[in-house]
Design a protein around this ligand. Structure first.
Ligand code: UDP
Ligand code: MG
Length: 138
């Protein structure tokens, strides 16, 4: 079944000039871009997006990092989108990410791991709706 996932190219990867290369990896893997934008999240918006992690020790740094520069936000469509995208990006910690994954190639650390990917269909929809209106999806 064709379904969606939500992704962000994180600030350090945008700053490093890797936006085009990372989007290319996504398209080459068969993901269709339904929505796309560059946005600088406020700390409040970044905090809301990652609210599920608010009790975790890294939450404060994560919010600071994700609001520290512009990101690229996108909705992607493909069969089995959520699971296939998690495979494409690799493990959260780039040291554990498989060869050929986006995080292996572009991440700089566990925190600065280049890209976000939704972890379930339910969260993909919540995250897509957090960033995009209906008029921004095609
Ligand atoms: N993160 C971190 N330290 C950790 C775990 C996660 O800085 O010990 C950051 C990292 O940027 C990660 C994000 O918090 O991508 C969200 O964590 P999650 O466990 O949801 O990983 P993901 O779903 O992004 O692989
Ligand atoms: Mg996650």
């Amino acid at each position: 079944m064709r379904n969606i996932t939500f992704t962000m190219i994180k600030p350090e990867a945008v700053e490093a000039g890797n936006t085009g290369a990372i989007l290319n990896r996504m398209e080459e893997a068969g993901f269709r871009i339904l929505a796309l934008k560059k946005v600088h999240l406020t700390a409040e918006r970044a905090g809301l997006f990652y609210e599920v992690h608010k009790e975790r020790p890294f939450y404060g740094e994560l919010v600071e990092y994700m609001s520290g520069g512009p990101i690229i936000a996108a909705i992607l469509e493909k069969d089995n989108a959520v699971a296939d995208f998690r495979t494409l990006i690799g493990s959260t910690n780039p040291e554990e990410a498989d060869e050929g994954t986006i995080r292996k190639e572009f991440a700089t650390s566990l925190a600065m791991n280049a890209v976000h990917g939704s972890d379930s269909d339910e969260n993909a929809n919540i995250e897509a709706n957090f960033h995009f209106s209906e008029e921004e999806r095609f």
